[in-house]
Design a protein around this ligand. Sequence first.
Ligand code: KET
Length: 410
Amino acid sequence: MTVSVNVSRFEDVSMAPPDPILGVSEAFRADTNNMKLNLGVGAYRTEELQPYVLNVVKKAENLMLERGENKEYLPIEGLAAFNKVTAELLLGADNPAIHQGRVATVQGLSGTGSLRLAAALIERYFPGSEVLISSPTWGNHKNIFNDSRVPWSEYRYYDPKTVGLDFNGMISDIKEAPEGSFILLHGCAHNPTGIDPTPEQWEKIADVIQEKNHIPFFDVAYQGFASGSLDADASSVRLFVTRGMEVLVAQSYSKNLGLYSERVGAMNVVCSSSDVAARVKSQLKRIARPMYSNPPIHGARIVANVVGDPTLFNEWKEEMELMAGRIKTVRQKLFDSLSSKDTSGKDWSFILKQIGMFSFTGLNRAQSDNMTNKWHVYMTKDGRISLAGLSLAKCEYLADAIIDSYHNVS
Ligand code: KET
């Protein structure tokens, strides 16, 4: 009889570090202090700090139950009704690119999965091409391109001196990139800085991208969350499409419809002809099939019902304004609390200039650690806090934590 030796074949697998964003929620759950506050992940909470299921989502789900819809596999490219409305929501229903059949839309596994599809397309059809990402950016962008073996580098974006956009740096880095690079842009509500280019700056960005034959690649994860208006928040993308450029756009419904765990989003490639669009779509499907075969149906049906129905669509817009409005109110209250409590004369007005779900506080790693270790405020180590996870009632406490961390930790 052979005695089995208890040595794992996986002995050489090392422990992976916790995820810089989702790992924060894990640490938060483990904390037993009752003052604890989770400002890590960008997920909307009510004033009572509870997760929020939108009323329009509940209505759409009721409709689905009434209709007794089945659970058959979707086609590889996803639900046709979803793909139609998602491109229309992004580009505007009357956009000529849609009518000319120039948009290849494939339902993806939310924003992340859609970005991953596009990254695989770049790796296959543009070998050696580089993707330029903003410095800083959403942490997962680097992982997505690394795992897809797509080389990336950074363009200047945030200027800590002005706590604003380093527009000249951005333009010159995009200009200097090898011709035909992919330029990853946040459609609105830049994560983590909360700083977006102005409409005039977007025009100039489009100018240099066009001059250098670069390919704009938008990540749209917060449509509606920057201004409260779905159309206004899509204007950056629409500008590039109106100029006749070919554009990639990843969309997510995690935040604006609160469908985080349904994993619903899309990859859109606006092409120069319907013929090219058909071929690009066929290749996106070919990439998706061995990765996950076909996407889940539930969230796609919710989106199709809400966006495709004028009554529900209008109700959604109202709920979105409510969510965006609540974030603006806590943003103001946080600023007021910081300004009245901090007697050092520090100017906190940058908080009011930032938009979207987040505030980029400027706290460094040690200061962010102090926020968590001493004050039980969970946030990402780059100094980002999610205002969507903050209530009016907690603003004063948060202001105390920030002031202590900023002034007493170097
Ligand atoms: N793009 C950006 C810019 C982004 O902030 C997120 C999510 C996504 C894409 C992808 O979301 P999805 O759920 O795959 O559609 N950001 C938040 C959550 C996360 O990190 O996964 C966050 O930054 O907190």
